[in-house]
Design a protein around this ligand. Structure first.
Ligand SMILES: Cc1cc2nc3c(=O)[nH]c(=O)nc-3n(C[C@H](O)[C@H](O)[C@H](O)COP(=O)(O)O)c2cc1C
Length: 349
């Protein structure tokens, strides 16, 4: 079984709650993403769905029966086709036992597949933080380490990465010490989004902190934060010495970023996608969405993604209004055809 390669020229798709579901991950792979991360999945959600009375023993329903594809809840976030490899499943949770049992259950479900886990120590949204998970774990590094050790014991050495911010409170730099402790505990890689938890997305990602972490650790360090273009990712690699990059908002706005990045890394020209290429990507994304998600969710996903993909064209406001009123796939196709017809020039011209 091939093992995970972490190389500067092999870009990752970041975990993106509400976005990095199977259709978007598959689209990004098609565009050149090497590794793809699921949205963060609640370890508690997995645990309690299998252990309704809190008992430890459980019988896994089996891939055919579990409501993943077109399903709802935490399990649905794990829907992934066999060929998606390497697949990184991101968990969030702050209780060592629950995180470990969730990982064991997922491993049983994915038996025979090459999967890796990532633990979310970076999310700053209140819904996650109030459960003690995400970036607020950095305020209690002793517990964070316990959770990490439990997850590594459940999943195996070389199978778990951690996604960190610099610390929880502004100016509280715990990433170097915790990064080293995670390395000693058997972490396979560390991703750093160099902002503080309290900062959310304000200010600038401080890439110098990625360089500092890279100096400190022997395991691979992945860079995240303000990688909104292929050029930004390349300069981040040059400035930090990071082992690889993870695209997040950059991919949500332009899935071609993976192709552009690969071309740039090979010294080739990185022209923007043409309108025809964008429309082809939209149609691929829609087909994947309808195959993997229920119709309502597929529609709401496409309503969100399409205006992002074509944000630099004229008429996007009207397009957004039409998409809001759109009720089914046929209407969606008609709206896309109308948008194409309304364009007379190539993007950015
Ligand atoms: C909509 C959205 C959802 C996100 N969801 C997650 C998540 O589930 N897990 C996680 O670790 N980070 C999550 N992030 C953070 C990103 O993975 C990434 O670290 C961050 O956006 C910084 O990269 P960027 O500036 O290049 O977007 C999310 C970010 C956004 C914008």
């Amino acid at each position: 079984m091939p093992s995970l390669e972490i190389k500067p020229y092999l870009p990752w798709l970041a975990p993106l709650a509400g976005y990095s579901n199977a259709p978007f991950r598959l689209l990004c792979r098609h565009m050149g993403a090497y590794a793809t991360c699921t949205e963060m999945v609640s370890a508690k959600g997995i645990y309690y769905s299998l252990h309704p009375n809190g008992c430890r023993s459980f019988r896994l329903p089996g891939p055919g029966n579990i409501n993943m594809q077109k399903g709802k809840g935490s399990w649905a976030l794990l829907a992934s086709p066999e060929e998606e490899s390497p697949l990184i499943i991101q968990l969030f949770g702050a209780e060592p036992d629950i995180v470990a049992i969730a990982a064991e259950s997922i491993l049983q479900l994915f038996a025979g597949r090459e999967i890796y886990f990532d633990l979310n120590m970076g999310c700053s949204v209140p819904k996650v933080v109030k459960t003690g998970s995400g970036a607020v774990m950095l305020a209690d590094p002793v517990n964070a380490l316990k959770v990490a050790e439990a997850l590594i014991a459940a999943a195996g050495a070389g199978k778990v990465g951690f996604k960190l911010r610099l610390g929880w409170l502004n100016g509280e730099n715990i990433y170097l010490k915790l990064g080293k402790q995670l390395e000693d505990a058997g972490a396979a890689w560390i991703t750093l989004h160099p902002r503080y938890g309290k900062q959310a997305f304000t200010g600038k990602a401080d890439w110098s902190k990625i360089a500092a972490l890279k100096q400190e650790l022997s395991i691979p360090v992945l860079a995240s934060g303000d990688l909104l273009s292929a050029a930004a990712a390349k300069s981040c690699l040059e400035q930090t010495g990071a082992d690889a990059v993870m695209f997040a908002r950059g991919a949500m706005n332009n899935p071609f970023i993976f192709r552009e990045f690969s071309r740039l890394m090979q010294g080739e020209n990185t022209a923007r996608p043409t309108l025809a290429e964008l429309m082809d990507a939209i149609s691929q994304h829609a087909s994947l969405a309808w195959a993997w998600l229920d119709e309502r969710y597929a529609l709401s996903q496409m309503r969100g993604f399409i205006p992002r993909y074509v944000h630099h064209f004229a008429g996007v406001r009207a397009l957004r209004q039409q998409l809001t009123a759109c009720r089914n796939r046929e209407q969606l196709n008609a709206i896309i055809s109308q948008f194409i017809a309304s364009q007379t020039a190539d993007p950015g011209e």
